[in-house]
Design a protein around this ligand. Structure first.
Ligand SMILES: [Zn+2]
Length: 163
């Protein structure tokens, strides 16, 4: 029996795939009856699409695979807390449970800025587990952004030298 951490590691592998193509490293997997049925990573830059988030891409994959928009017994693992759009897609696809790693103070809608997933005013609620492999998930993101800042700094210095 695989644990929540095992599945989060698979989501981390997806996040690393995003990092390796210079996308913000966020990954997601969807699990049904203990089996991974979809896995995806952020492709916003590659697709030049504002909606190409890991969760949305994984949900689309899972719906295609199962031939239904209802993912009622599925669990979604994602390395970063879902944004408003992804939280909406999670509610609409009736996913049973979301397990996420790092919290997102700027867009998190699964408990940080608000909690769309557990709001009882909606016709569906989704169980939320937060903080699974939080440090690994968060470090992947902060290392990515640090590398970008350092690259920018370096290119500014080169400009100065040439100027
Ligand atoms: Zn999102």
């Amino acid at each position: 029996m695989r644990t929540e951490e095992d599945f989060m590691r698979l989501a981390l592998v997806e996040a690393e795939k995003a990092r390796d193509i210079n996308e913000v490293p966020i990954g997601a997997v969807i699990v049904l009856d203990g089996e991974v049925i979809a896995s995806a990573h952020n492709l916003r830059e590659t697709e030049q699409s504002a909606v190409a988030h890991a969760e949305v891409l994984a949900i689309e994959q899972a719906c295609k695979k199962l031939g239904t928009w209802r993912l009622e017994n599925a669990e979604l693992y994602v390395t970063l807390e879902p944004c408003p759009m992804c939280s909406g897609a999670i509610i609409l696809s009736r996913i049973k449970k979301v397990i996420y790693g790092a919290t997102d103070p700027k867009a998190g809608c699964a408990g940080t800025l608000m909690n769309l997933l557990e709001d009882e005013r909606f016709n569906h609620q989704c169980e939320v587990v937060q903080g699974v492999l939080q440090d690994e998930c968060g470090n992947l993101l902060s290392n990515f952004f640090r590398a970008i800042r350092e690259k920018k700094k370096a290119s500014k210095q080169i400009e100065k030298l040439n100027g």
